[in-house]
Design a protein around this ligand. Structure first.
Ligand SMILES: [Zn+2]
Ligand SMILES: [Zn+2]
Ligand SMILES: [Zn+2]
Length: 277
């Protein structure tokens, strides 16, 4: 399984659009891996996770054509994960040549509800609407999507909606994807530990850095979570542990995060990072 982390930043990007704090200014000066766009990941060039406003620049920078992608998973409808207006340029004369006529969008019930609510007020072309097919997922109910077994998990995040994390399983390896989430609840944790395949990669929420908030993980929880999974024997021997969704409010430059995790076997993501498991 090939994993491309297209965006490694938290909800407001890093540097944040409107912010002049010392971390944002340091990132603007340092550039490179300290510049983080909004959260988005692509599996094997064909299964997309989330749809932030940065999608256009991610796809341009990585030479990806969205018309070649048939399936999109949405974790939850926070704006940094679901910018539905991007659909307005799909098909018709905006994109007359596409590999897939229909785009399948998977997520919680609010993914379709938000789309329908918005375009009821500001109608979209019929031809665009009819080629976007929504599928509502429920936690712990696996579905087959484009050759993958995808299992939604109940994220400890955004309690006003059913925020989802995912296990992606291609029949050979499994990826555990926890963006966004606080430390998993006992219910989710016990499901994660009972999953029949060992995880070859875990991508975790590192939003809170050295601080704490119940609905995002911090760095010490990332270490604890890795130890908990390894202690339960549910990770492959050479499993990769990655943190992403990194924010200016709770940690510094990329090198500082690397230094924090130096002896822990956890690597901080950066925009454009590629992993193969
Ligand atoms: Zn987010
Ligand atoms: Zn800032
Ligand atoms: Zn969120």
């Amino acid at each position: 399984m090939k994993i491309q982390i297209l965006g490694s930043g938290g909800g407001e990007g890093y540097p944040a659009l409107f912010c002049g704090c010392k971390h944002c200014n340091a990132a603007r000066k340092a550039g490179g891996k300290s510049l983080r766009s909004l959260s988005q990941t692509l599996i094997d060039g064909k299964l997309l996770i989330d749809l932030p406003a940065d999608t256009l620049s991610h796809f341009r920078q990585n030479s990806i054509n969205f018309g070649d992608i048939e399936n999109v998973l949405i974790t939850h409808v926070h704006a940094d994960h679901y910018c539905l207006n991007l659909f307005e340029t799909r098909g018709t004369d905006f994109a007359p040549v596409m590999t897939y006529k229909k785009l399948h969008v998977y997520g919680n019930a609010d993914v379709e509800r938000l789309f329908n609510g918005y375009y009821e007020l500001f109608p979209i072309r019929d031809e665009i609407r009819k080629n976007i097919v929504f599928h509502t997922l429920a936690p712990f109910e696996s579905v087959k999507i484009g050759g993958y077994k995808v299992t939604p998990l109940k994220a400890n995040h955004a309690p006003e909606q059913v925020a989802l994390n995912y296990i992606m399983d291609d029949g050979k390896v499994a990826l555990l994807y926890l963006l966004d989430s606080g430390y998993p609840t006992d219910e989710t944790l016990s499901y994660i530990k009972s999953y029949p395949r060992r995880y070859s990669c875990v991508i975790m929420d590192g939003t809170m850095g050295v601080n704490y908030y119940v609905h995002h993980m911090n760095f010490s929880e990332d270490i604890k979570f890795k130890e908990e999974l390894c202690g339960a024997g549910v990770c492959a021997d050479n499993a990769k542990f990655v943190i992403a969704h990194i924010t200016h409010n709770h940690c510094g430059l990329h090198e500082e995060i690397e230094a924090y995790f130096k002896d822990c076997g956890i690597i901080p993501a950066y925009d454009g990072m590629r992993l193969e498991i």
